[in-house]
Design a protein around this ligand. Structure first.
Ligand code: FES
Length: 157
């Protein structure tokens, strides 16, 4: 169950659409729920489905389609590396390999201290700054050389 504050935020999103289209707020509702809970479990998806009067499978489909939604617990910091073409050509795969080795985890895994989760993404629309890494879905970082990655990780200590 979400908090009263979360439902109030979801209501603000619902109000942006005609009353017959409250399901249009589903992405925002998932974002709000994930911010509060850390990740989206089945109960939370069901809760959003009930609130937006949608079939739970439809909410689940949205949550599984976009990489910014987490369907499993994640670390305090999520590091999402783009490995699509532009980033791959500019060192995205090497950046991912560097992080895998440094953190001793693979894609979809979390460090044993619960601090970092490493994720892979499709193009984030910032190809000019390839290779690109996204921290906690909010901070987009470009030109991720090993040195730049080390600097970022230090900032997150
Ligand atoms: S290919 Fe990585 S941001 Fe576009």
């Amino acid at each position: 169950m979400l908090s009263k504050q979360a439902f109030a935020k979801i209501d603000q999103e619902i109000a942006k659409y005609p009353s017959s289209a409250k399901r249009s707020a589903v992405m925002s509702a998932l974002r709000i729920a994930q911010t509060e809970k850390g990740w989206l479990d089945q109960d939370t998806i069901q809760c959003i489905a009930d609130y937006l009067q949608m079939p739970p499978i439809a909410v689940h489909e949205v949550a599984t389609f976009y990489h910014m939604y987490y369907l499993h617990p994640v670390g305090r910091y999520t590091l999402t590396i783009c490995t699509n073409l532009s980033c791959a050509l500019q060192g995205g795969v090497q950046a991912a390999d560097y992080l895998k080795k440094k953190l001793n985890i693979g894609f979809g895994e979390t460090t044993s201290d619960g601090k970092f989760t490493l994720l892979e993404s499709e193009c984030m629309g910032a190809c000019g700054d390839a290779p690109v890494m996204l921290i906690n879905n909010h901070q987009l970082c470009g030109l991720m050389t090993p040195e730049a990655i080390d600097k970022k990780l230090t900032e997150l200590e």
